[in-house]
Design a protein around this ligand. Structure first.
Ligand code: GLV
Ligand code: MN
Ligand code: MN
Ligand code: MN
Length: 428
């Protein structure tokens, strides 16, 4: 196709936009929820099908494929100086419940198209080029985000906690991995860890997931930093009882404690004094979940983020204090207050930023330096490699919902910037 923004046709440096769109639609069909939504949870059958699909494309491109113990997938195009640190790109294809087709996917299929166009153009890499499909960027199944990249970056804490981790059906992490074809001994998690000089650079292509580029009519976002995410699990326990027979003064309602905590999260976030502080209660579960039974248990999961780590930590501390107060006032037990992750922000590296800027200028694409408010595998790759991210506009900034959309033209721009930036880094 010639939807690649005018450089198609005679030039070999074109994006096959039709092919890329076809792949995006095909991948979206591996979903556990109806079109147009996508649901693809770690180690589910659909996730396994998506993995097979990605490896199929890597194969067609002649990349050599490696899979680590947890299923991070690496497709490598060997450079002429294969001993040097490689230049890597990639993202994820797992999708949270009832989300869209583009989050993560553009950074995997788009990266493979970037490799394809570099091959078509006759480019010879010096440093090897690699596309990574990360395992479980989303926290859906086991509650921990960026599982694959967090391990690649050497998180002993995660390697330890995975030994006790189960999903909401009580399936252990290792049984789930086994069912997807990744049978491992817990100690093998350490084989996922990478070394600091394995990569010379890591660049991730992603939809913005926010409205800025579209609103300002700018084609490319060059990410300079990724905001600091945290997540917390809270559990309250009360006596429960009959919704008709237990009179109001005699109750200790675990559900109301959860509701009050959700409102406290909003209050503490709003009091931070910055528009950059955000907090969400995306999970609130009541047990036994019957209309005529007072909730005897509640389960709340809280997501708090900020570009300023100290300010975010301050919110977490206040939320903790509120949870303690609420449990006292309501006579319920605060049986768990667990910080699942409390990650620092990450900065992009100058070397990668300048390669992205060079590429955008070369392609005559207006770009903007910006921060990423969403987290990405890049947050963890930054711990072991110089990192950068390329954003493209998406419709109204929609993401994590079925209406998510990026145009073929915008994706083609992102793919071209990625290809040129990688080519440049490869020759350094
Ligand atoms: C990841 O998808 C995030 O929530 O930023
Ligand atoms: Mn996401
Ligand atoms: Mn994503
Ligand atoms: Mn993300």
């Amino acid at each position: 196709g010639d939807a690649g923004g005018g450089s198609g046709g005679s030039s070999p440096f074109y994006v096959d936009s039709d092919g890329l769109q076809r792949q995006i639609d095909e991948l979206a069909s591996f979903s556990d929820s109806p079109v147009p939504s996508v649901t693809r949870v770690l180690y589910s059958d659909k996730d396994v099908q998506a993995r097979r699909y990605i490896k199929g494309i890597m194969n067609q491109l002649g990349l050599s494929i490696r899979e680590d113990a947890v299923g991070n997938i690496f497709g490598r195009w060997e450079g002429s100086e294969a001993g040097l640190g490689a230049v890597a790109t990639g993202s994820h294809v797992d999708a949270i419940p009832f989300s869209g087709k583009y989050d993560g996917v553009v950074g995997v299929l788009g990266a493979l198209e970037a490799i394809s166009m570099l091959k078509r153009s006759g480019f010879q890499p010096k440093r090897s080029l690699e596309v990574i499909m990360f395992t479980s960027e989303e926290p859906t199944r086991f509650g921990i985000s960026c599982l694959g990249s967090r391990l690649m970056a050497g998180s002993e804490e995660l390697a330890r906690s995975l030994k006790e981790t189960v999903d909401n059906q009580n399936v252990s992490f290792f049984d789930a991995a086994d069912s997807a074809g990744y049978k491992m001994h817990p100690e093998e998690l350490h084989n996922v860890f990478l070394k600091k000089d394995d990569y010379f650079a890591f660049v991730e292509l992603h939809i913005e997931q926010g409205p800025i580029l579209e609103k300002e009519g700018i084609k490319i976002g060059v990410v300079t930093a990724i905001a600091a995410p945290a997540s917390i699990k809270v559990e309250f326990e009360g006596n429960g009882g009959h919704a008709g027979a237990v009179l109001m003064p005699a109750r200790n309602d675990a559900g109301l404690a959860a509701a009050e905590l959700a409102l406290a999260v909003e209050k503490h976030v709003l009091e931070s004094g910055s528009i950059d502080t955000v907090g969400t209660v995306g999970i609130l579960q009541l047990h036994p979940g019957a209309i005529n039974s007072i909730p005897s248990k509640s389960h709340v999961e809280i997501d708090v983020r900020d570009i300023d780590e100290k300010r975010r930590n301050n919110v977490i501390e206040k939320v903790h204090q509120s949870a303690i107060e609420i449990s006292k006032n309501r006579g319920v037990l605060l049986s768990e207050f667990k910080i699942i992750n409390q990650d620092p922000p990450a900065l992009s590296d100058k070397s990668v930023i300048s390669a992205m800027e060079f590429a955008a200028k070369q392609l005559n694409l207006e770009y903007k330096l910006m921060i990423s408010r969403a987290y990405h595998d890049s947050l963890f790759m930054a711990r072991i490699s110089p990192m950068g991210m390329i954003f493209i506009p998406c419709y109204k900034g929609y993401s994590h919902k079925p209406e998510e959309y990026a145009s073929p033209e915008d994706m083609a721009n992102g793919v071209k910037v990625l290809a040129l930036a990688m080519a440049r880094l490869s020759l350094q």
